[in-house]
Design a binder for this molecule. Structure first.
Ligand SMILES: [Zn+2]
Length: 485
């Protein structure tokens, strides 16, 4: 018995349910990829499945559209696998347990995978239906989007002919997404030189807590505080008033999350503890005042550390670490000149860790303009070279710069206005999409990204609006029909 029977939307929910029945978490896409390949074979469509399980399927243009330039449709077949504590599921082997309620499709206790299963369903429904009017279609199904876009990165475009590209990994109906940021991780490894601690000193733990955090792309414009940066400022202030040794600094676990908590181990003479507490109390006041409503709960504490600390950083390492924390770029760096309110470039000091050999600073750099991403990386390099730290860059991916002249955008906006009777919102995001990688692979690509309403993606509350999925399906068909032929 099918759970999504009779909802309308041609066969989109049929295919969506098929997809939910085949496990397809990131790194486990083989079965779904094989299903899609078999689907193409049954229908005699050109199909190329690569070693990564990415797939390209081509379908000829319908009658009258045979000679039209092809359009590329794209979505990712992997999903984020999250579950509630107490939900029994093996994501490697079990189907997603879907149900409908109040106009939404939900999953019982887990992520649904509408991100980006609905795009896969749209593409399969389009490829399956022989009654639709459309130019030649090149449907690209990528793997591993959620784990760093490895599928799109590896995908070879030698047999892709289209120059018009529709990505369907957006989660808001009525928004025509037209740009995204590129990014990379830039890491510094500062050698941690140590010496024996003076005997009369006691170890304390200084903690910065109570910050809101957030996504280092989507939330960076909110100008929230980063605990790693605050820790640098606090240690700098403390150094001016108190004589202390530093034994470690740590904050954050993810490069792409705004750091919420950070801590330092400092060693002070017992008699200096009160003066230090005073500095910290003052710093807390100053920072709360400075961040005002953005961060009302900044909390700085200093507690005696129970375990003994025998080794501390040399004065030089201590000073270099404090300066690095203070100087690393953090927050919004530039705003877009083409789109009001859009962050163009940013940087985030996501992780700071002390190990036996070094102090490690991991930064997530983003920009929709390649040269500005480069500039921020160069600044981090320069700070590293001043401090004698080794620098490393990994996970680079290109951005997609907003093009106000895009004819795809114009077409989508026109058809939207016709169907909905109101203007679509044209927007861009300060986070990564696979579009950036495709725009780099296929020069001159004209792109738009759309999708139906879904909420709380990447969490067990993820849900897809049924009516929105049907409207976006209608919109998609109408746009394809309207493409020149
Ligand atoms: Zn997605």
């Amino acid at each position: 018995m099918r759970k999504l029977e009779g909802l309308g939307g041609d066969k989109i929910f049929y295919y969506f349910e098929e997809i939910c029945n085949i496990p397809h978490g990131s790194g486990n896409e083989m079965a779904l990829s094989n299903y899609i390949a078999a689907f193409a074979k049954e229908r005699g469509l050109y199909c190329r499945q690569d070693d990564h399980y990415n797939i390209l399927i081509k379908k000829a243009g319908s009658k009258g559209y045979e000679e039209a330039p092809p359009v590329i449709l794209q979505g990712h077949i992997d999903m984020v696998c999250e579950k509630n504590a107490g939900t029994e599921i093996d994501f490697l082997t079990d189907a997603i347990d879907i149900y409908t309620e109040d106009g939404f499709i939900h999953a019982r206790g887990t992520t649904l995978g509408a991100d980006d299963g609905i795009a896969v369903a749209y593409m399969l429904a389009l490829l399956d239906d022989t009654t639709l009017e459309h130019p030649p279609i090149e449907a690209i199904f990528t793997v591993d989007e959620e784990m760093g876009m490895g599928g799109a990165r590896a995908f070879d475009v030698f047999d892709v002919e289209g120059k018009r590209f529709l990505n369907m990994d957006t989660e808001e109906e009525g928004v025509l997404l037209s740009g995204c940021a590129g990014g990379r991780r830039v890491r510094l490894y500062l050698p941690a030189e140590r010496e024996k601690s003076a005997p009369d000193r006691e170890a304390y733990l200084i903690s910065v807590r109570g910050l809101k955090g957030g996504h280092s792309g989507a939330d960076i414009h909110l100008q929230r505080a980063n605990a790693n940066r605050l820790l640098g400022r606090i240690l700098y202030m403390l150094r001016e008033k108190a004589d202390f040794a530093l034994a470690g600094i740590d904050g954050g676990n993810m490069d792409n999350a705004i750091c919420r908590e950070a801590e330092a181990i400092v060693l002070l003479e017992k008699s200096g503890a009160d003066a230090a507490r005073e500095v910290l109390a003052k710093a807390e006041d100053v920072l709360r005042e400075e961040y005002n409503s953005a961060e009302a709960s900044i909390t700085i504490t200093m507690e005696v550390l129970q375990e003994k600390v025998f080794q501390v950083f040399t004065e030089e390492t201590k000073n270099k670490a404090i300066s690095t924390l203070l100087l690393l770029p953090y927050g919004v760096q530039t705003m877009s000149m083409e789109m009001e309110g859009l962050v163009e470039s940013s940087s985030n000091i996501g992780i700071v860790k002390t190990t036996d050999e070094y102090i490690y600073f991991d930064n997530a750099v983003r920009s929709s303009v390649e040269s500005r991403k480069e500039l921020i990386s160069q600044k981090i390099h320069a700070i590293g070279s001043l401090a004698g730290a080794r620098c490393e860059e990994v996970n680079d991916y290109p951005g997609w710069r907003f093009n106000p002249e895009s004819s795809m955008l114009k077409l989508f906006a026109e058809v939207y206005l016709e169907r909905y009777g109101k203007e679509a919102e044209i927007s861009a995001i300060h986070a990564g999409l696979e579009c950036g990688l495709f725009s780099e692979k296929i020069p001159g690509l004209d792109m738009v990204s759309i999708g139906p309403e879904m909420y709380d993606v990447h969490t067990p509350d993820e849900r897809l609006s049924i009516s929105s999925a049907i409207r976006v399906w209608g919109f998609l068909k109408a746009v394809l029909k309207k493409m020149d032929h």
